[in-house]
Design a protein around this ligand. Structure first.
Ligand code: ADP
Length: 379
């Protein structure tokens, strides 16, 4: 028989329970509101990868209704393709990797809509862990169509513009060259001086166009290396000879050192030549008159190591992080005094990367910089 006291306790407990239920409902209402109102697509799955919740943004992007997808196995109902247009197998999908590793995974993919059309997305999948146990995953994805098309348009523009610019600019070089050689008759001192300036400007213009063309080519994945055994010390000496006039003009001393008489490495001669030439040219451009430049070439522990150091303007720690980005020219006043496209270091890094190597920078503002290329020799 329930006593009056027991009844009171029961009532108290039931009140407490109701309060807790209300609190939980409030928390759930809050999280549901957050989930459905975020602008990015969001999908929650259980521990078997079955969809338990999907927000409106995800449904709108994919063209599905909740009943098409809720309860279905995620990789089966929401298909993905890689950047090459191949379907990504369920086990290779980010969500499967998250379940395997228990870690968040981010990837660029194409998602397939209900009507089979595709769109590029960036996806992040994170595991949902309760008391140390994975109970599912949440995927957040964003439609990156506009970034994607913008990048493609930019690359196409660079490629078309530089191809169209190169032909007329080479024509100018040819005709000015002919005039300088006297094909159009004898020139006065003043005319010669002006034409030499025009020739030098045109050469700078051609260099920038060539930089743009090379970058367009490397970004289109159109560069494959032609590795041959190369006498690296001879190659560096050759580059030094080519730049000698610059060093003389700037009264800079340039030294080459190595503890070896000969170093042979399998590299792409022409591409590495351009990368080293760019570093050496920069060492001269960003070093005041009378400065020193050193090149050290070594081999050991399966690596070819080329160090190019200067006593120039230096690079601040913050700038060092941005140095290898496309079109990057630093704000130092001496930088704007010399011409450049801001593509040389970007190109050098791409080439060293293709050789499976790395490029490092050590520098101190006002004291100088050192660029170090390390390339594995086995490849
Ligand atoms: P640029 O055509 O401007 O020389 P790079 O890509 O070769 O382009 O270099 C990018 C920028 O990095 C340069 O504009 C300059 O600000 C900085 N930089 C490159 N090399 C050096 C160096 N040896 N010393 C100081 N700053 C440098």
């Amino acid at each position: 028989m329930p006593t009056a006291k027991n009844k009171d306790i029961q009532k108290l407990l039931s009140n407490k329970l109701n309060e807790k239920i209300q609190e939980l409902e409030l928390v759930k209402a809050h999280s549901d509101a957050v989930f459905s109102s975020i602008g990015e697509g969001a999908i929650v799955t259980d521990e078997n990868g079955r969809i338990v919740n999907i927000n409106q943004a995800a449904l709108d992007m994919l063209g599905f209704k909740p009943e098409d997808v809720v309860g279905a196995w995620f990789p089966q109902v929401i298909k993905a393709k890689d950047m090459g247009g191949q379907e990504v197998l369920p086990l290779e999908r980010p969500i499967s990797q998250t379940f395997l590793d228990g870690k968040a995974v981010t990837a660029n993919l194409f998602y397939v809509r209900k009507d089979k059309s595709t769109f590029p997305v960036i996806v992040t999948v994170s595991p949902i862990v309760l008391r140390g146990r994975p109970i599912g995953a949440i995927e957040v994805f964003r439609d990156i169509s506009s970034d994607f098309h913008m990048n493609k348009m930019k690359d196409d523009f660079i490629s078309i513009a530089s191809h169209q610019l190169r032909t007329p600019a080479s024509g100018v070089k040819q005709y000015i060259g002919m005039m300088l050689e006297g094909y159009a008759g004898k020139l006065t001192r003043q005319q010669l001086g002006m034409l030499r300036k025009a020739y030098a400007s045109n050469e700078r213009q051609l260099k920038i166009i060539d930089d743009l063309l090379r970058v367009a080519k490397i970004e289109a994945g159109k560069i494959t290396l032609d590795r041959q055994p190369v006498d690296v010390l001879a190659l560096v000496e050759d580059i030094m000879k080519e730049l000698n006039q610059k060093f003389i003009q700037a009264k800079q001393t340039v030294r080459l050192s190595s503890s070896h008489k000969k170093i042979t490495a399998r590299i792409d001669r022409d591409r590495m030549r351009m990368a080293i030439e760019n570093l050496l040219d920069n060492a001269s451009k960003y070093t005041p008159e009378g400065g020193e430049i050193n090149i050290d070439v070594q081999t050991g522990r399966g690596k070819l190591i080329i160090k190019i150091s200067d006593s120039g303007i230096g690079i601040s720690p913050n700038d060092r992080k941005r140095l290898f980005q496309k079109f990057m020219r630093l704000g130092h006043p001496s930088v704007h005094a010399v011409s450049g496209s801001g593509l040389g270091l970007y190109w050098a890094k791409q080439i060293v990367d293709l050789h499976e190597g790395e490029i490092q920078v050590r520098s101190e503002l006002g004291k100088g910089s050192e660029f170090i290329i390390k390339i594995p020799e086995h490849a």
